[in-house]
Design a binder for this molecule. Sequence first.
Ligand code: PRP
Length: 224
Amino acid sequence: MSKKQEVAEQFGDRLVVIDHPLIAHKLSVLRDKRTPTNIFRDVARELTMLEVYEATRTLPTTSIEVETPLATTTCETISGREPVIVPILRAGLAMQDAFTTLIPTAPIAHLGMYRDEETHEPIEYLAKMPPYIAQRSVLLVDPMLATGGSLIAAIKTLRDRGVKHLTCVVMVAAPEGVQRVFEYDPDVRIFTAALDERLNDDAFILPGLGDAGDRIFGTLAIND
Ligand code: PRP
């Protein structure tokens, strides 16, 4: 059994690999190395919107009475306060707009983190959190889950601030990283558009889509 199959079976209910033709199609555009930055950004936003739809499926609702032009009826509305959206900089910024389009009043908290190119360890350089974050659900957002180091560091930062209900939304995940994240914190849920095969020797996801941050911000070395 491949690592991918093993991880998919082991974490079935906590790991949601969203199976949908629109997501599959948009992901194929993102994976294609010929896709230019402007298209990459647009499609990343569209794909994230589809993921938001799935990742917010269990938000609690409350019944309210609404008068339509013809009758009074009972409708469901989102109950409680909005979740806080936490994009991990830089690449998570490409997903932020999709969340705020669908949950316009959700607060945004930023976590700045980059992976040291030699050690692959995450280095945190920004944590801008609202003081009430412990009282809200949190949606932690980053396109790539490779070794899991960045996500684990972000989860630690949020748990240290008292966050209890935590959902991670990524686009592409490596089985090795998923396993590490669940070993660190068995209570998170991960939504992803794809569970890929494995990491290469440079800790890049295979087949993956390359360096998401560089493709989103047009900072690929090839453009020099
Ligand atoms: C990428 C990606 C994740 C991280 C994933 O960010 O956006 O944050 O690497 O790798 P990991 O699971 O092994 O930690 P990067 O460090 O390239 O920073 P950037 O978003 O600023 O480009």
